[in-house]
Design a protein. Sequence first.
Length: 231
Amino acid sequence: MLGGMQTIRIPHVAARRLGEPEPDLTSMVVIHRAMLTDLDRLTDLLSAPSGRVPASGEWADAVRGYAAALLAEIDHHHSAEDDLLWPVIERTAGPAIDLDPLTDDHQALAPVLAHCRASLHKDDQTLGRALGELRDLLREHIAEEERDVFPVIYRYVPKDAYEWVEKHIGRRASLRRLTFTVPWLAGYAEPAELDRMLGRAGLPFRLLLAATKGRWARQERLVFGPPENRP
């Protein structure tokens, strides 16, 4: 488990019967998109010729603060899969899938995440290389997950069981983290995706998004610059 969080009691759940509603994996798709895109963007930014990101100052602090928040999201996401989603899949899908390789991937990511966190305090080239290593591992892992696990979730996990997982993932996040998570995901969601996500999340998350999206947009703009000036 990457984040060191305690697991909770997983409810007894039977496999989804054919004809019953399928779970909606929109949030998972958007999280994957956000993680990989931001790792690409930060790696490109930090791997630019020396001097692009100064050693100190508002921009340097913003870049490293954004990278730290992204690393926390990646850690939180994979800890939640280990503690919440994987057990639900195991109870519903049984021998239809072997999750051990994906759990092994999570264990392999742990030291890479730790290296990235340590590199937050080093020069931009070192941090860029560390984030690039994480990106390459995560890209392969996500491709495997979406290819092998998504079809199993659709087939075997009941809609209400998957929504239980989503609800408890949200409960594990502190309000401080959610002030980044909610606008960050909204920024990577297509309009229809955002509508579906907020429809399940409810009014508190709509209000949180309204309160935080401006601040996140300013942070994102400070780190990466206005869209017209980006590579």
